[in-house]
Design a protein around this ligand. Sequence first.
Ligand code: NCD
Length: 304
Amino acid sequence: MRHLMNPLDFSVEELDKLMLLADDIKSDPKKYSHYCDGKILATCFYEPSTRTRLSFESAMLQLGGQVLGFASADSSSAAKGESVSDTIRIISCYADICAIRHPKEGAALVAASKSLIPVINAGDGGHQHPTQTLTDLMTIHALKGSFDNITIGLCGDLKFGRTVHSLVDALVRYKNVKFVFISPDELKIPSYIKDDVLKRSGSEYEEVSRLEDVMPKLDILYMTRVQRERFFNEEDYVRLKDYYILNKEKMALAKEDMMILHPLPRVNEISVEVDNDKRAKYFEQVQYGVYIRMALILTLLELC
Ligand code: NCD
């Protein structure tokens, strides 16, 4: 039985296969509409979510399966003090596969260690978010054709942004990917990622605080929201929340074919005027998230 905790749980070859399957689903979703007949997906979300939970549910429903679950810790027995380990044992009796989101780093791993069914990490605190990375990879692959020789700027909350951590883990495995980390001092990429991931893989990277200075060299700009829920005090959040606002003026400095991605939700960091720019791909990215989750469910249930 296989779980997904981290994008590195799949080799590059396995990721290629997954993306091929997702592409095939995209070209003919009807073909797959009964692959999960009789199967149940549980979504156990202890933290807020719109896209991740609903895209998982949409993915399972489009495969012919059914869904159950909870959307907040308050509406589950966590409110009574039940542990994640106990909850997953229970869920294992009700469902065939489970996507779990939890505010604590490592919670999905704890669940996987006790589970009788495949567990997917749908976000564990400020740590990892592998299915967002699968979505990001599929979007880049579909719109750029390859991962090699790209310069990607990651901007915003690089300290707490779990989608950034997972994406960096995944991208260092491709050829000549250059990283530009754009953040205020307080929200820099964690040193464990620099030491264990970037330096170990020999990846080229730089850290800057001004977006304008690096904009012209980027092939992809990955914007992120300042993660309010991970801050220890509101004052720091208020001071940092509008540090970056991508607007038309800044977009004028970018390459003609630069691609803007964002895991969403967007707060203020991308001005709505940018939505009409042909380089804004964050809403397309959402659609890829459904196909890749369909492919992931089929793969973990060993149905494809
Ligand atoms: C992200 C998350 O939950 O980490 N959202 C998502 O799943 N698309 C990003 C965020 O909340 O900022």
